[in-house]
Ligand binder design. Structure first.
Ligand code: SF4
Length: 81
């Protein structure tokens, strides 16, 4: 049986004051993020269940590093501390 990598990301936060509405996160992960009526990113319901790699890529793609990812214990996974 192939090893499936353990899902690490359990919580996603967009710091709205940092978001400039560039929309890159939505392009990288359309199931994870959306822009609201103010063109600020919001985390879609269930986004934390998406593939970790996709979520990390979306967070890395953000020009202002407004996306924070946490594991189930609340430890910050991205940006690395
Ligand atoms: S990539 Fe960053 S700045 Fe752009 S919409 Fe997403 S959170 Fe906002």
């Amino acid at each position: 049986m192939p090893d499936t990598p353990k899902k690490k990301i359990h919580k996603i936060v967009v710091v709205r004051s940092l978001c400039i509405g560039a929309g890159t996160c939505v392009v990288v992960s359309p199931d994870g993020f959306d822009l609201d009526e103010k063109d600020i990113a919001v985390v879609k319901p269930g986004a934390e269940k998406l593939d970790d790699d996709q979520l990390i890529m979306a967070a890395q793609s953000c020009p202002t590093a407004a996306i924070f990812l946490y594991d189930e214990d609340g430890n910050q996974i991205f940006p690395r501390v």
